[in-house]
Design a protein around this ligand. Structure first.
Ligand code: NI
Length: 162
């Protein structure tokens, strides 16, 4: 299990690098990421959140299976948007409604090194977009208005001082 990198750490603002090949190191990382995610009671986790700056994220949304996305790309997004409350293991104690496309099509490699594409809406589609943002150095609070973001960051800092 890894320690989770939290907001304020500069690594969360960086772009993660493409995974060059699928070796045992990657499989080990993925297993540890699932452990870390379940311990934190999360439904998605990006490698950067455990300090590994690779383009990998995992999801396990209720009612769905464990999913692994390596070197993912969102290749289509719906015009329709919706508002869903998000939280993040890297921003503990903070939740906020975020507006994003309702559905996305994502292409990625799985942990077996197989390319796949997936249409995802609902909570899974939401988690996928949130996790993909992590690979590009974006947190969900960055998707809010400046005013709301500043208010949440103040709240976060206050909570973490106590
Ligand atoms: Ni997150």
């Amino acid at each position: 299990m890894f320690e989770i990198v939290t907001m304020g750490d500069e690594r969360l603002k960086r772009h993660s690098a493409l995974v060059p090949d699928f070796d045992n190191g990657i499989n080990y990382l993925i297993r540890e990421m699932f452990d870390t995610m379940y311990t934190g009671k999360g439904i998605g986790l990006a490698a950067v959140q455990v300090g590994k700056l690779y383009r990998i994220f995992i999801t396990h949304v209720s009612g769905d299976k464990q999913r692994v996305f390596i070197n993912p790309d969102i290749i289509n997004t719906s015009v329709e948007q919706d508002k869903i409350e998000e939280g993040c293991l890297s921003v503990p104690g903070i939740n906020a409604d975020v507006i994003r496309p309702e559905e996305v099509t994502i292409q990625a490699w799985n942990d077996k090194g197989k390319l796949f594409s997936l249409d995802a809406g609902g909570l899974l589609g939401r988690v996928i977009q949130h996790e993909l943002d992590h690979l590009n150095g974006i947190l969900f609070v960055d998707r809010l208005s400046q005013k709301k973001k500043e208010r949440l960051i103040k709240l976060y800092e206050r909570q973490n001082r106590e």
